[in-house]
Design a protein around this ligand. Structure first.
Ligand code: FPP
Length: 238
């Protein structure tokens, strides 16, 4: 499928809610962790496709602030995946010009994992081919609360608080809002993802489970995005 025509408009910032790993595994009689591993395998394909289509920022929802409530073994498995991805994929990501950023509250991770995440972010900070935001222990409301806490503790006077300032305090500081949010796995909800950054985003939901969301599926999402008229709250000229 290397002959897909390039859609006219490409979202600059794509965000994906990678849902359906568990159901993908269940349908094959496999443990849920096998579904998450298949999700990671697919992430490599999605990253390649994003790079090929010219998407500049990809934000993935890997672990929400609510996911701590899952069975302990699954939580451990997801933490383990984050560590393994950093250990095994960082050289390759770096060589391919990927800048890694972490969105979320890092202090809940083990000290060792915190160091790995910080080092990975630091090592890739000057890369500019594609930015990969990994939302891990992330919640949109939590992000906004943490931003407000820092604004208050920095002693910023209330009259100086505006959208530009708040943007500066968010985990996504310096990045533009997301243009397109894709949710795999058939659900139609935002689940506390990019609450602030998604106000003018287009949505695309597909029943495909994330491990099956391949390049062609991403292409369908891009076509859908091309057919949308983004008005940003304005009335378009006739
Ligand atoms: C939702 O599917 C998926 C997750 C909570 C985890 C997604 C994580 C990955 C794909 C691994 C990538 C991680 C990193 C750190 C790069 P689900 O388990 O809720 O599926 P279900 O709705 O079918 O049960």
């Amino acid at each position: 499928m290397s002959d897909l025509p390039q859609p006219e408009r490409i979202p600059y910032h794509l965000a994906i809610i990678m849902d359906g790993n568990g159901r993908w595994a269940k349908a094959r009689g496999l443990p849920r962790q096998a579904g998450h591993r298949a999700g990671v395998d697919n992430l490599r394909r999605v990253l390649r496709a994003c790079s090929e289509f010219g998407i500049r920022i990809l934000t993935i929802y890997a672990f929400s602030t609510e996911n701590w409530g899952r069975p302990e073994a699954e939580v451990k498995g997801l933490l383990n995946i984050l560590e393994t991805v950093i250990d095994r994929e960082l050289d390759n990501l770096h060589a391919n010009g990927v800048q890694l950023r972490h969105l979320g509250e890092i202090s809940a991770l083990s000290p060792g994992l915190q160091v790995k995440v910080r080092r990975a972010v630091e090592r890739t900070r000057n890369n500019d081919r594609l930015t990969l935001n990994v939302a891990f222990n992330y919640g949109g409301r939590d992000e906004i609360i943490r931003a407000i806490q820092r604004i208050v503790s920095d002693g910023i006077p209330p009259e100086q608080i505006d959208e530009t300032l708040l943007n500066f305090y968010l985990d996504t500081a310096g990045l533009p809002d997301c243009d397109l949010i894709v949710r795999t796995g058939g659900e139609m909800r935002i689940s506390n993802f990019l609450v602030w950054q998604s106000v003018y985003a287009e949505y695309y939901a597909t029943p495909k489970f994330f491990p099956d969301f391949d390049r062609e599926e991403l292409y369908q999402a891009l076509l859908h995005y091309n057919n949308r008229e983004r008005r940003f709250g304005l009335v378009l000229k006739p």
